[in-house]
Design a binder for this molecule. Structure first.
Ligand code: GLU
Length: 454
């Protein structure tokens, strides 16, 4: 007895390449819909095309979905189920609904093959799609289409309908590139006496310029995204909004969109899926990633970077703990992915915390001020600092602010910070000074003074 109230969904990837962003989104929607309705979500590997399917892509598909937190209630692999397709093919032939046809092989003109063709009565197929509404397609032009290369070598349309029936799939949620396949599948479902599932065809995911996502498979691979520094939970969250009325503008991105899997299940509404195609924007993904990075605890965040963090820097710094904390804080503020952060560390972004770095004469003064004034400010800074008994961020601020109150903040603090870091962007100047110490601070300010004097 079949249970008609239960919801069962499935994702059916063909392992011919790394799992694509689009397939992952489809998997997620199937998962969310099933879980929202107390149903089951299945993974079905469609690997009957033995020439194109590879074991490594089967593994890649499973790893990708599991990395995102999408876990199946059961796994089916088509290449292990050939018996069931053969049985149904034989039934169709016995009932006169399909026939074996001896035809010239497409590859070798001299050879003959025995394909199985479906006897098409050329009717008009109508079905209801959750997103598109009523769809009507005339099947006349499809003719008697091939459903198996031989009695033991079934093709896609047949395996899909046999499996959907066997797995009691109630809802087929898939990409809208499958709309044109649906009439053929419904013809087969009717001929086999199966139950027609509910169809939801999801609009494509496109790139910001309106084109196809990417021709290079590696660019759209879930595992590649994760490898290049995106947190799986951020990727999952971003995938979830692609098609659920996502905001177009990065500026309108709202924290309300940050949801974990349980919240996504709660929030999911199949009737609210949008008709227009969804745009995959790396910038928006970056925004999501940053939100998740900000949520990491200090220890978790450090763990992601620790391998790179200490590699380039001297061991013998008494301030290593403090410096580490400040570097991590700055990385978290400035970058969107762990890869960007690792690259910054590899490119010695924070060298100025350990040694004096080169300075560019043109950059010592803030843009709007002149070199003569900057020279005066730098000399004054040296004087102030020389007189300090305690050398902390607070004492530096208190004393330097007394001076900037009179002459202006930017004109003084820019050359101060730049002289210490040699960088247009760096951590705060007071902090750098407190970390490198009084002697080194004065030394670096003097280097700038000498450069400007020339
Ligand atoms: N194996 C098909 C694909 O990878 C999916 C079939 C389906 O969802 O019905 O596109």
């Amino acid at each position: 007895m079949k249970n008609n109230t239960k919801i069962n969904t499935r994702i059916a990837p063909s392992p011919t390449g790394p799992l694509h962003i689009g397939t992952a989104r489809t998997a997620l929607y199937n998962y969310l819909y099933a879980k929202k309705n107390g149903g089951k979500f299945f993974i079905r590997i469609e690997d009957t095309d033995t020439k194109r399917c590879k074991k490594k892509f089967f593994k890649n598909a499973m790893d990708s979905m599991h990395a995102l937190g999408i876990f199946e209630d059961a796994l089916f692999v088509q290449s292990k189920r050939t018996g069931i397709y053969k049985k149904e093919l034989e039934r169709l032939i016995a009932e006169g609904k399909a026939y074996i046809s001896k035809e010239k092989s497409k590859k070798n003109n001299k050879k003959f093959v025995k394909v199985v063709r479906f006897k098409n009565h050329k009717k008009i197929i109508e079905f209801q799609d959750t997103i598109r509404g009523q769809i009507k397609i005339d099947t006349t032009e499809l003719g008697d289409f091939v459903i198996a290369r031989s009695i033991s070598d079934p093709l896609y349309h047949l395996t899909v309908v046999v499996d959907d029936e066997d797995m009691e799939i109630t809802d087929v949620i898939r990409g809208d590139d499958h709309i044109s396949n649906t009439p053929r599948q419904i013809l087969l479902i009717e001929a086999l006496g199966y139950k027609i599932p509910k169809y939801t065809h999801l609009p494509l995911i496109i790139s910001p310029d309106g084109g196809k996502l990417s021709k290079r498979k590696s660019d759209t691979s879930i595992l590649n995204y994760i490898d290049s520094g995106y947190l799986p939970e951020a990727l999952l969250n971003y995938l979830s909004i692609l098609g659920m009325g996502e905001t177009d503008n990065i500026k309108n991105q709202s924290k309300d969109e940050i949801k974990d899997m349980d919240q996504l299940i709660d929030f999911f509404n199949i009737d609210k899926l949008q008709k227009r195609s969804a745009t995959f924007d790396n910038k928006k993904l970056g925004w999501f990633n940053k939100q998740y990075i900000k949520k990491l605890s200090y220890i978790d965040f450090r763990t992601h970077l620790s391998f790179c963090l200490f590699k380039k820097y001297p061991v013998k710094s008494i301030l290593r703990k403090k410096i580490t904390e400040e570097i991590l804080k700055d990385l978290k503020e400035r970058y969107y992915t762990f890869t960007e952060m690792k690259d910054a560390l590899k490119n010695k972004e924070y060298d100025y915390l350990f040694k004096s770095t080169n300075k560019d004469e043109e950059k010592i003064s803030q843009k709007k001020s002149n070199k003569k004034d900057t020279l005066i400010h730098l000399k004054k800074l040296v004087e102030i600092i020389r007189d300090l008994d305690t050398f902390t961020v607070e004492s530096l601020k208190n004393n330097i602010y007394m001076y900037t109150d009179k002459v202006g903040v930017g004109e003084v603090l820019w050359p101060f910070r730049y002289s210490l870091s040699g960088k247009e962007k760096s951590i705060d100047g007071f902090l750098i000074a407190s970390l490198i110490g009084k002697k080194e601070t004065i030394k670096r300010l003097n280097v700038s003074i000498e450069i400007l004097k020339k």
